[in-house]
Ligand binder design. Structure first.
Ligand code: FAD
Ligand code: SIN
Length: 563
């Protein structure tokens, strides 16, 4: 049943720089830029509140070489090994060599890392690291970092903060795109979640710092904001995205009916926790990684758990750290300890039920390590970006580091544009579509969310096959067409924006997974269990754009890393 027709047209505002997101990448970018140029007019838009981000939930810590016994070379080696042949070594070197500077940047902005009794910074261990090099604040590293950086940002007069604003689409300067022409991003449309108005924001530079897309799968460690909006917006505007098939699954999400996205940090395995079968109690990792066991890289551990669950009558396996001292566990993992206790589980006495869950998008918008994209004036930083640091599988705790390094590098790099005024070639329209409120939509949208996420988990999860991916492509494409129609005909809400984006991200993952006829890192094809000898990255681009981010066809291609 259809009811009122309403206009969502809002106001127009202009800034020097607009940053979308409030995670570690966005915050680092702004703090660096305001140091370099305190007179800029900067807008920060974020979907809910400043602390709603993956960053806030980071537990384990930040990987960096800060200790004389460790070397950047060794950190590089571990990262390349985890990345399973698909890392861009230049990006790896460029990012990891800024480990020390990044820890100092956080300390200078008020982050207090844990210290040992002798006063040294404490160093945790996580899977795939040959050294203890994870700097942490208990098991709440992200919350400490986010809080410290946010309080610095709030002191910056140049920054206007827009909470509860959802960016919808990028505005480009050349709406009649021709293949090969350089498109310029000049702003974006954003929904004010509370009023329902859609505002026009113009800026000399737009920075996407929108994080990952864990919500594309049924089980995820990510909070609700992680819906791949930045990838979808950049793709629709004509930027290339890459390696979308490499979604990293974290091995140990808590499996409990009362909490659905609580992570049990890998740092527990770093401190000696075992994985055991739920029925027999057997430690099973020796059958999958006899050397590294529970500290094998995440792709291996997650796949092992998935296989064991598939063969058993249980929907979970168990994490066991009962052999560690209770006081140590309470001090080292205070939030995990207390959260479990509230659920009736004592980490020092009980086995903890866990399952693998979608955690980190290793691909994303193609950028260099300073966040430059294919489009002029558009930067992408942090988890939304695909620099090549992570290859086919991210080494634990490298992403907070990447967020800081990219944020700070992009602040330097974007100085080329921040004061260069826009020369608008087209008359940029404010949001003018009138929309119909359709009272059926909220339940339809929920059905799409549930359906899409369930299908992605079943067919494009930890183990994939051609037949399954082909079936999935039909399902996802059908849903995507229906969702696009809702988007153009009806009232725009945050839920609809997110669903539209996640369905596009899902399609990109499936199409990329279908093209990759090998198994590597996070992408395991039962029908192609070996890795190809010549590793290729996969890229996708929407071309022949025909205005307002509609595109006529897509190109998908794989390129050799060394060409
Ligand atoms: P995020 O921190 O995710 O921020 C994205 C921001 O963009 C959010 O503010 C969001 O609201 C906003 N946004 C998104 N779309 C829109 C839109 N359309 N309009 C407006 N705003 C929008 N990594 C580590 O290195 N170490 C760890 O210990 C670690 N632990 C983790 C634990 C958990 C539970 C999770 C989920 C992740 C963990 N990670 C860890 C990964 C790491 O936290 C993220 O990769 C990193 O924080 C991403 O930072 P970011 O700034 O790119 O994005
Ligand atoms: C964790 O604490 O297990 C998460 C670390 C990460 O994702 O880098």
């Amino acid at each position: 049943m259809q009811t009122d027709i309403i206009s969502q047209q809002g106001t127009r505002q202009q800034f020097d720089v607009i940053v979308i997101g409030s995670g570690i990448a966005a915050l680092s970018y702004i703090l660096e830029l305001t140091q370099l140029n305190p007179n800029l007019k900067i807008a920060l838009l974020t979907k809910i509140t400043l602390v709603d981000s993956n960053t806030y939930y980071a537990q384990g810590g930040i990987a960096a070489v800060f200790n004389a016994e460790d070397t950047v070379n060794q950190h590089v080696k571990d990262t390349l090994q985890a990345g399973d042949g698909l890392c861009n070594q230049q990006a790896v070197n460029a990012i990891l060599e800024q480990g020390r500077a990044s820890i100092e940047f956080l300390q200078n902005n008020g982050v207090l890392f844990d210290r040992s009794e002798s006063g040294e910074l404490s160093r945790g261990r996580e899977a795939g690291h040959s050294e203890r090099r994870i700097y942490h604040c208990g098991d709440q590293t992200g919350a400490f970092i986010a809080s410290a950086l946010i309080s610095q940002i709030k002191k910056q007069k140049a920054v206007t903060i827009f909470e509860q604003y959802t960016a919808i689409n990028l505005i480009t300067n050349d709406l009649q795109h021709q293949p090969g022409s350089v498109t310029e991003v000049v702003g974006l449309y954003a929904l004010a979640n509370v009023t329902g108005l859609i505002h026009t924001f113009l800026a000399n530079v737009v920075v996407l710092a929108t994080g990952g897309a864990g919500k594309v799968y049924r089980y995820t460690t990510n909070p609700d904001v992680a819906t791949g909006d930045g990838v979808a917006m950049a793709y629709r505007a004509g930027a290339r995205v890459g390696n979308m098939e490499f979604y990293q699954f974290h091995p140990t999400l808590l499996y409990h009916p009362k909490i659905n996205n609580f992570l049990i940090s890998e740092a527990l395995r770093g401190e000696g926790a075992y994985l055991r079968l739920a029925n027999t109690g057997e430690r099973f990792m020796q059958r999958y990684a006899p050397q590294a066991m529970e500290l094998a890289t995440r792709d291996i551990v997650a796949r092992a758990i998935f296989s064991e669950i598939e063969q058993s009558d249980y929907d979970f396996v168990c994490l066991d750290i009962r052999h560690k001292d209770k006081q140590f566990l309470q001090q080292r993992f205070p939030i995990i300890y207390q959260t479990l206790l509230n659920l009736g589980l004592d980490l020092s006495k009980d086995l903890i039920p866990v399952v693998p869950a979608a955690h980190y998008l290793c691909g994303g918008v193609l950028t260099d390590t300073s966040g430059r994209t294919d489009l002029a004036r558009l930067y992408a930083i942090g988890e939304v970006a695909f620099t090549g640091l992570h290859g086919a599988n991210r080494l634990a705790s490298n992403s907070l580091l990447e967020g800081i390094v990219m944020g700070r590098n992009a602040a330097q790099a974007s100085r080329e544009w921040v004061t260069k005024k826009l020369q608008l070639q087209n008359n940029i329209q404010d949001w003018k579509t009138t929309s119909v409120i359709d009272t059926r939509r909220s339940i339809q949208i929920n059905a799409h969310w549930r359906g899409l996420r369930g299908e992605m988990s079943a067919y494009a999860g930890i183990i994939r096959t051609e037949a399954g991916l082909q079936d999935l492509l039909r399902l996802v494409s059908l849903r995507r067409n229906m969702i696009e129609k809702y988007y153009w005909d009806h009232l725009i809400t945050r839920d609809l924006i997110e669903l539209r984006n996640i369905s596009l991200v899902a399609e990109l993952i499936v199409k990329s997974a279908l093209r990759r006829h090998e198994s590597r890192g996070n992408h395991f094809r039962e029908d192609y269990p070996q890795a190809e000898t010549q590793p290729e990255v996969s890229l996708a681009r929407a071309s022949h754009l025909i205005g307002d981010n509609h595109y006529e066809y897509e190109q998908f291609y794989n390129i050799n890393l060394h060409t």
